[in-house]
Structure formats: C-alpha cells, structure tokens
Design a binder for this molecule. Structure first.
Ligand code: CAA
Length: 386
C-alpha cells in the first residue's frame, strides 16, 4: 500500500487587538527609526490586552479552521508554545473547552522555544500515516516579551496560527526528508519564575546561523531537495532581518548566491506582528501563500529554530488549487483592525505580564477579539467567549 501525501490542509493566523508602532518606540527611546525598519526589518509589534493571552489567540485561529472544516476526524490537538500559562495543564485544554471540541480528542502541549510547532507538524504527520482518516489540529501561539528599555524590546510581538494536518492536503504537502540539529546553548531561555525571556542577543544570532547550517547538512544527507529546486524559503523570523541573514548564510554555506526576493516574499506579516516565537515560521508561510504570487507546484524550504537549541530544515510543496483555501482578506482585516496604543499604554500592559496567581481577579472582556482571559479564581485561569 502506498502511503498518502500528508501535509497542511488549511492555515489561519490570529493576533492581538492592540499594536505598537515602532516609530513611537523609537521616539520614546531616542533610537533612529531606521534601525528598527531597516536594521531589524520590523515596523510594528502586536501587544495583548489585559484579557488576551496564548489561549485567546490560539482559540481565535483554531475557531476559523473548525468553522470551515468541522471537527470530524480530529482526535489530536497539539498546542505549541514557549509562553505556557501553566506548569502542568496544556493550554490547549482551555481551547478544547472554548471551541466545544469532542471529548475524544487528546490534547497536549509541546515546548522547545520557537521550534515546537514544527515538532507538532512532524508528529501529526506520523499519526496520520498510521490512520489516514484522522486529522490533527495544531495550534502555535506565543507572546514574545523581553524587559523594557533593552535592545530586545523592539523584537517583541504576539501571534498565533492554527493549521489542520491531513492526508491529501489542499494547501501544501510535507515532504519526507527533514534535517535536524540540536546543540545546548545559553542564547535565550525563560526560567520558571520569569515572565520575560533571558537573552544573549549576539549569541542567539550566531546559534541560529549554526542551526541552519547543521540542519541543512542533515537535510541534504537524508535526500532533501537540491537547493536549486527550492523556490522560496521561509526561515524563523524573530525579526525579519534575521531571515534575510539566514538566507545569505545558507547560500554561503552551500556555495550558491540566493536571491533575497525568495525570502522577502515571506516577511510581510511578521514585519507587522513582531516575534511570535512558535507561530512565527507559520505566519511567514501564511504571508507567502496569501501573497500575490502563483505558487502552485512551488517547493518551499522551511527553517525552524528554537533557542537552546533545536533546528529543523524541511520542505513543503504547494498544491494546485491552494488559493481556494487561503485567507488573505481575513488576515489583512485582523492586522488593519488592531488599535494603535501609545508607549505608556503598552508599558502598562507589559507590566501585567507578571500577574500573581495567588490573587483572585475578574478581568472584563474589553478587547475586540472572540475569546477572553476572564481572570483568576482559586488560582486557576478562566476563559470566556464574546
Ligand atoms: N539605520 C539602519 N540600520 C541600523 C541603524 C540605523 N540607524 N542602527 C543600527 N542598525 C542596524 C545594525 O547595523 C544591525 O544590522 P546588522 O545586524 O545587519 O549588522 C541591526 O541594526 C541591529 O543593531 P545592533 O547590531 O546594534 O543590535 P542590537 O544591540 O540593537 O540588538 C538584537 C539586536 C540582538 C536582535 C536584539 O534586538 C535582541 O536581542 N533581540 C532578541 C533576540 C533575538 O531575536 N534573537 C534572534 C535569534 S534567536 C531566535 O530566533 C529565537 C527567538 O525567536 C528569540
């Protein structure tokens, strides 16, 4: 029996209700705005309101997948995140309840910094290879939060994706070859008692570039496509200039000159959302698929990097007819509909990140999003729908 093609059947992006314009941050911090726009390749960053977090964004993305495809065949929900809201319960269990998913769904959270959504995709493909009638819902959702007044502050952001992994997918087939590379490195991590990441910025960039070289070599040795047969490149985007650096470094590593356009086609959404850790690579994929180019039959090289560090290079092939399931207008409406907040308002929201779980609190559902973090009672987080 030949195994079916497996891959991404549909993909939806979500983000928060609020946005900071990096021109405002530049003015407040006395930095030349060109450093953000050109040096980092960032224009804006999404910021969660008091009633928003990884669950509310993840549920919003997943709701749009479920509305279109129903729940039939979904027996697994993987929730990938770096910014877990609990040390024990998977954030996906809250999404399961908010969306009214069937009891016959296993839910689990995956963690390895920004990488774990790729582990979810590969694990989903394995489950479907065993049972091609099943479908796996993957959610990747993160709030990237660093200390204010640091070099990392302009590389914050927040976003989520949900995607459905199936046999005979409508959007893109996941090719079998994948290259991985793991190396312990103290470039970025978040201790259990910290709401902000600890980061060594320069080391994180060199560790990322070591990761792409190592993952590429493993991909090539395992029968991956020759670089000349890869039409576009999505690289993890902590800030979009990083993807451009990675593209140049990959070309140098392989000994070819790669056209920067092949990666710039993927950066449009992340320039406006900022870093969304686990979701970032798949938001880059959405930007490419939802753009103007005709991608039918194109092979996309995907580079996933999670600090600490785990890297993976793999590839997708875009399906004929894929445009019937892309969501460009929906995504643009979400991005354009965010409220611009000033720096004082953003920094007040930033401080809420360290809320004490010992204190019961009711939080009004004030943000223009479909799901809300409603507060804490008995040390447990509560959620509601609009
Ligand atoms: N006009 C144009 N460009 C300017 C400029 C100006 N006026 N001023 C500076 N620049 C350029 C610099 O030349 C530099 O460009 P190159 O890297 O191409 O040389 C760029 O702006 C950044 O400036 P600095 O080198 O001075 O860097 P910085 O001290 O501002 O820090 C950073 C940048 C390290 C990325 C910092 O924002 C940071 O630590 N961010 C968080 C960590 C991060 O995102 N790491 C990425 C890899 S790790 C990962 O991918 C996992 C993850 O998601 C976190």
């Amino acid at each position: 029996m030949t195994s079916p093609a497996i891959g991404i059947h549909d993909l939806a992006v979500a983000t928060t209700s609020r946005v900071v314009d990096l021109d405002d941050l530049a003015a407040r911090t006395g930095v030349d705005p060109a450093k953000f726009h050109v040096g980092l390749g960032q224009d804006q960053m999404s910021i969660p309101g008091p009633d928003e977090d990884i669950v509310t964004m993840g549920a919003a993305a997943a709701q749009r997948i479920i509305e279109r495809h129903g729940v039939e065949g979904i027996r697994t929900l993987f929730f990938a995140t770096e910014t877990g809201i609990d040390q024990s319960r998977a954030a996906g269990v809250h999404v399961h309840e908010l969306l009214g998913l069937p009891r016959t769904v296993r839910v689990v959270e995956l963690k390895q910094a920004c990488y774990s959504a790729t582990a979810a995709l590969q694990s989903a493909a394995g489950l479907i290879a065993r049972n091609p009638d099943e479908r796996v819902l993957v959610i990747a959702s993160d709030v990237a939060r660093y200390e204010v007044d640091t070099a990392a502050e302009p590389t914050q952001g927040a976003g989520a994706v949900a995607f459905l992994v199936t046999a005979d997918p409508a959007l893109a087939v996941l090719e079998t070859a994948a290259g991985v590379h793991t190396a312990e490195v103290d470039d970025f991590w978040r201790p259990n008692d910290s709401m902000t990441a600890v980061v060594d910025g320069k080391l994180s960039i060199s560790a990322y570039l070591d990761g792409i070289a190592g993952a590429w070599d493993d991909y090539a040795s395992r029968g991956g496509a020759p670089i000349a047969e890869i039409d576009y490149f999505c690289h993890h985007q902590p800030f979009t200039k990083m993807a451009v650096k990675a593209h140049r470094a990959l070309g140098q590593h392989v000994g070819v000159e790669l056209d920067p356009e092949l990666v710039l086609a993927t950066t449009g959404y992340n320039r406006r959302i900022g870093n969304s850790y686990t979701a970032s690579l798949y938001i880059a994929l959405a930007a490419l698929l939802e753009g103007d180019r005709d991608l039918a039959g194109a092979r996309i090289g995907m580079f996933s990097y999670g600090s600490g560090s785990v890297s993976e290079f793999f590839s997708l092939v875009v399906q004929d007819g894929y445009r019937a399931v892309t969501r460009a207008a929906e995504t643009e409406a979400l991005l354009a509909g965010r409220d611009r907040v000033d720096i004082d308002a953003y920094r007040a929201l930033h401080a809420l990140g360290s809320r004490d779980s010992n204190v019961d609190v009711d939080i009004p559902g004030e943000s223009a999003v479909p799901f809300h973090f409603a507060g804490i009672s008995g040390r447990a987080r509560r959620y509601t729908r609009s």
